[in-house]
Design a protein around this ligand. Structure first.
Ligand code: MG
Ligand code: ZN
Length: 361
């Protein structure tokens, strides 16, 4: 009799525990992913921006932190083309290559996979939208310098919103084609000014604010990156199936190549404001995973001193190029815990795919 009662109690306890345990996998699956890449934005670059903003950076809100190894298939120190390809497609390729494996075969990006699964998609950058970091999310070309060929690839993926510079690659081309007219024929609303474009709340949108690179933040770029991020979110978040977007703080890298601490700090802070807009949406949405990372270190920068009175940061640099230093990954939202740990840059793609629950094929 006693044994029977014990069995009964055990059974009841098991059912009780089972009914209280949340369905972890389902609850941690994001509907939307916002991948934010600070080009060349290593640890010192982030810390310098935090010092310059009274340690109040939006990036400090992230609780899940990982590190990625950034080498390309053929170089210990990567370029942004191969690093962008690794983040976008989960494949290590040769430096300078966009969206192809080392044998030259096209590889599909997380943006393209999201599109094929019925999600809305967007790219936002503070460089030309055809530049090495955004390019592998939508294009497959043997070299990053092929801006006109990369622009043509915008016609073969059904991207919803793209915002950046690089208008020349679309309407001032060697083949004489006007891709902006072709995009308009496909239903895109095309703008050349972010102030005008941010009024748009639905439909397909292309914004190209400059013929080549947009100016640096301190020279009149305005809020292209934060406003572009918010405008894209407003549009693509209307899709009940979800969305994928990539936002790049492109010019952090350029400031670091110039070993210019003021350029670096102003660009990281601009990027951090875009991170703030993404977090603001993610917090009220509850189904959005935000990932902030870097494609590689630029400058091998260290912080030697900081004067809180004047705000002056004394930086040291080891190179005018890139280095192989491991890079930070910050994650916030459902599935964020997957991004803890130390792994290859291709692991960011693998984890995004797993978080969505999509497969490569
Ligand atoms: Mg870049
Ligand atoms: Zn660079």
């Amino acid at each position: 009799m006693k044994r029977k009662m014990f069995f009964l109690y055990t059974l009841v306890a098991v059912f009780f525990i089972a009914s209280c345990t949340p369905h972890v996998e389902e609850e941690q699956r994001p509907k939307n992913i916002i991948l934010m890449i600070g080009d060349g934005m290593s640890f010192a670059h982030i810390q310098a921006a935090m010092l310059a903003s009274d340690n109040s950076a939006n990036m400090e809100e992230f609780k899940h932190i990982g590190f990625i190894k950034t080498s390309s298939a053929d170089a210990f120190v990567t370029d942004s083309g191969a690093a962008g390809t690794a983040l976008a497609t989960g494949v290590k390729t040769n430096s300078g290559v966009i969206g192809l494996d080392p044998d030259g075969n096209p590889v599909r990006s997380i943006l393209q996979i999201a599109d094929e699964n019925g999600l809305s998609t967007a790219l936002v950058a503070s460089s030309a939208i055809t530049h090495a970091t955004p390019a592998p999310f939508i294009a497959s070309q043997p070299h990053r310098g092929m801006g006109e060929a990369i622009a043509l690839d915008f016609l073969s993926t059904d991207i919803d919103v793209f915002i950046g510079g690089g208008r020349n690659h679309f309407d001032n081309r060697e083949d004489g084609r006007n891709l902006l007219e072709e995009l308009e024929a496909k239903g895109y609303q095309i703008f050349y000014d972010m102030e005008e474009a941010k009024q748009i709340t639905s439909g397909k949108l292309g914004v190209l604010v400059s013929p080549g690179s947009p100016p640096r933040y301190t020279e009149g770029r305005g809020d292209l990156l934060p406003d572009g991020t918010e405008t894209a979110i407003n549009i693509i978040s209307q899709n009940p199936s979800g969305f994928f977007m990539m936002v790049e703080g492109s010019q952090i890298d350029w400031g670091a190549h110039a070993n210019d601490i003021d350029y670096v700090v102003s660009e990281v802070l601009d990027f951090d404001r875009a991170v703030g807009r993404a977090l603001e949406f993610a917090k009220q949405d509850g189904e959005t995973l935000v990932i902030v990372t870097s494609d590689h270190d630029t400058g091998g920068m260290a912080i030697h001193d900081f004067d809180p009175e004047t705000g002056e940061i004394t930086a040291g640099w080891t190179t005018g190029g890139h280095t192989a230093l491991i890079q930070p990954v910050l994650a916030w939202g459902p599935g964020a815990d997957k991004f803890n740990g130390i792994y290859e840059n291709t692991g960011v793609f693998d984890r995004m795919l797993e978080a969505y629950g999509f497969s490569k094929n």
